[in-house]
Design a protein around this ligand. Structure first.
Ligand code: CA
Length: 236
């Protein structure tokens, strides 16, 4: 069984693709090169890679952003790095709103790409641990993922609404990772059909009251300016 982390490179230009395949293989990754979003869909049906390096300019009427959005809906765990061309005039926020973890503009230095890949994979591996247990510490309380309640230090349990639980669960599964507001809305917002940005902020206020030591100065569910929110697990 191949223990190397699997990286998929989606790039329609053969020379670029081959360059990335050779380079990343030499760095010790298992690498698959694909030409299009359609190819990626077929591969993901069989296995979810650790990371997808996704060119924005793809043929076939589906750009990299659309593919990223689809992939993020399939998996909260897979790492996504967008590769943008100068002509894409894309800023960081647009990239992150699709659920991507990072982006790198062309042309790039392979060593910088490698540094970003390692950084994103490191963050993601930190996010695997809490989901292995049914209980995740959040602020002053513990989220019980099986019973769907918040537990106090003295063992008292507080029930959660479906939308509160869904939101806390997404945070619990993605610690130390900035989560875009739109992505959160798309991922968990379907139950109540809320369409306003404000709806997410109001929900965050509600769950902060339930988990933060001091809701006015949140430390567990932090605001990431221009992006959204990030769950930071307790340090001690
Ligand atoms: Ca391209």
């Amino acid at each position: 069984m191949d223990k190397r982390q699997h990286i998929v490179v989606v790039e329609d230009e053969p020379a670029q693709r081959q360059l990335l395949l050779d380079y990343l293989t030499r760095q010790g990754f298992r690498v698959t090169g694909l030409e299009s979003g359609a190819d990626l869909r077929r591969l993901v049906d069989r296995e979810m890679p650790a990371l997808v390096l996704l060119d924005v300019g793809l043929p076939g009427g589906e750009d990299g952003f659309a593919v990223a959005r689809w992939l993020r809906e399939k998996s909260g765990k897979v790492c996504i790095i967008m590769v943008t061309a100068a002509a894409d005039t894309v800023d960081r926020v647009v990239g992150l709103e699709t659920g991507a973890d990072d982006y790198i503009p062309k042309p790039f230095d392979p060593r910088e790409l490698l540094a970003r890949i390692k950084s994103v994979l490191r963050r993601a591996s930190g996010s695997v641990a809490p989901t292995t247990g049914p209980r995740v510490r959040m602020g002053r309380r513990v989220l019980d993922l099986e019973k769907r309640v918040l537990v106090e230090a003295d063992g008292a349990e507080e029930a959660l609404s479906a939308s509160e639980f869904d939101l806390l669960k997404v945070f619990a599964e993605n610690p130390n990772r900035p989560l875009a507001r739109d992505w959160l809305l798309e991922t968990i917002g379907h139950r109540e059909m809320e369409v306003f940005d404000r709806a997410m902020d109001l929900r965050i206020t509600r769950i902060r009251r339930k988990v933060e030591k001091d809701p006015a100065h949140p430390e567990a569910i932090r605001t990431v300016r221009g992006v959204g929110y990030m769950f930071v697990p307790p340090k001690d």
